[in-house]
Design a protein around this ligand. Structure first.
Ligand SMILES: Nc1ncnc2c1ncn2[C@@H]1O[C@H](COP(=O)(O)OP(=O)(O)OP(=O)(O)O)[C@@H](O)[C@H]1O
Length: 305
């Protein structure tokens, strides 16, 4: 019998997972998994819980939470030789990665998709010994995501980011950076850089429209120095994926990217603070097996064509 470990964050999002846990457990048991649970107790506990699941040779980890919880589970398994498969039940405030995999936000519907058993080996990113699945970035613009207090996020969800973003827009300043990617060099004043593994980022579904999650490459998107009016225009273009041709945007695919800056620049990993630059981003090719939706597989196949 296969063994599954549910690692869930009881404080995630609107804190609804616990109420459905018994039903979720029943469904996994019925599907042939011997299933046990771990509720995370504090920041970092998801990493330890995932390491324990590795040691105990669980076949499957089901991470129930937001991007933060999934990220901790990935940190816990990514550097191990034995890596359990990973499924996600998105119950967080931000669930960009689950959305990228086509996992629905309703708990039982997410379980339906997981139990269809579509598994794919996907790339993940590594920078300075930390891992990310979705996106890493830097520049004043990316610093917004951790300016939003957790309470506000619980109450307002995604909207909290936008409110904070609008409040901060006028104070955004460019940063001078040197970016080396696959043997080439770019020196530029930038508003932000994004190293993307998926194309579903903070509500912008088409930020990196060609980002494929199993090709061994990141999509590097850089917004060069721009004034407020230009920024708003480009952000509008980005909502429909029409920004890459703009002269303020630099875009390429690369699997190894180094970013340095003389100025202090914070790193953002999957929406959370990830320390300071410099950083070297490395794409780990098809490193973890994820449970995905049929729609995800269809979409990925279309990108190849
Ligand atoms: N019991 C706990 N109490 C407080 N924090 C926790 C607990 N368990 C996990 N965490 C932390 O909460 C972070 C955010 O969790 P997660 O992404 O699942 O939920 P979220 O609702 O989307 O979170 P956020 O409030 O950051 O948007 C995790 O990265 C983890 O470090």
């Amino acid at each position: 019998m296969k063994r599954a470990r549910i690692i869930y964050n009881p404080t995630s999002g609107r804190e609804v997972f616990k109420r459905e846990l018994a039903e979720v457990l029943k469904r996994f048991e019925q599907a042939g998994y011997e299933t046990s649970t771990h509720a995370t107790t504090c920041e970092g506990d998801g990493v330890q819980a995932a390491r324990y699941a590795v040691e105990q040779k669980f076949d499957l980890i089901i991470a129930a939470g937001g991007d933060g919880t999934v990220n901790e589970v990935v940190q816990g398994i990514a550097e191990q030789d034995y890596r359990p498969q990973l499924a996600i039940i998105p119950v967080g405030t931000t669930n960009d990665f689950a959305r990228a995999l086509g996992i629905p936000r309703e708990i039982q519907k997410a379980v339906d998709v997981i139990l269809e058993h579509n598994v794919r080996s996907l790339d993940i990113g590594k920078v300075n010994d930390q891992y990310f699945m979705n996106i890493a970035g830097g520049g004043k613009l990316t610093e917004l995501t951790y300016e939003v207090p957790s309470k506000l996020k619980t109450m307002l969800g995604q909207l909290a980011y936008y409110l904070k973003g609008i409040e901060m827009l006028p104070s955004l300043k460019p940063t001078k950076v040197k970016i080396e990617y696959d043997g080439k060099v770019l020196e530029e004043e930038i508003m932000l850089f994004l190293v993307s593994n998926t194309n579903s980022v903070g509500g912008f579904e088409k930020l990196a429209p060609a980002a494929k999650m199993d090709d061994g490459y990141f999509d590097l998107v850089i917004l060069k120095k721009a004034n407020l009016a230009e920024f708003i225009r480009i952000a509008t273009l980005a909502t429909r994926g029409a920004h890459l041709e703009d002269k303020h945007i630099f875009y390429t695919k690369a699997n190894r990217i180094k970013v340095h800056s003389e100025e202090k620049m914070q790193l953002n990993l999957d929406g959370e603070y990830g320390g300071l630059l410099p950083g070297e981003f490395v794409n780990l090719y098809r490193h973890i097996e994820f449970f995905v939706s049929k729609e995800f597989i269809e979409k990925q196949d279309q990108i190849t064509e």
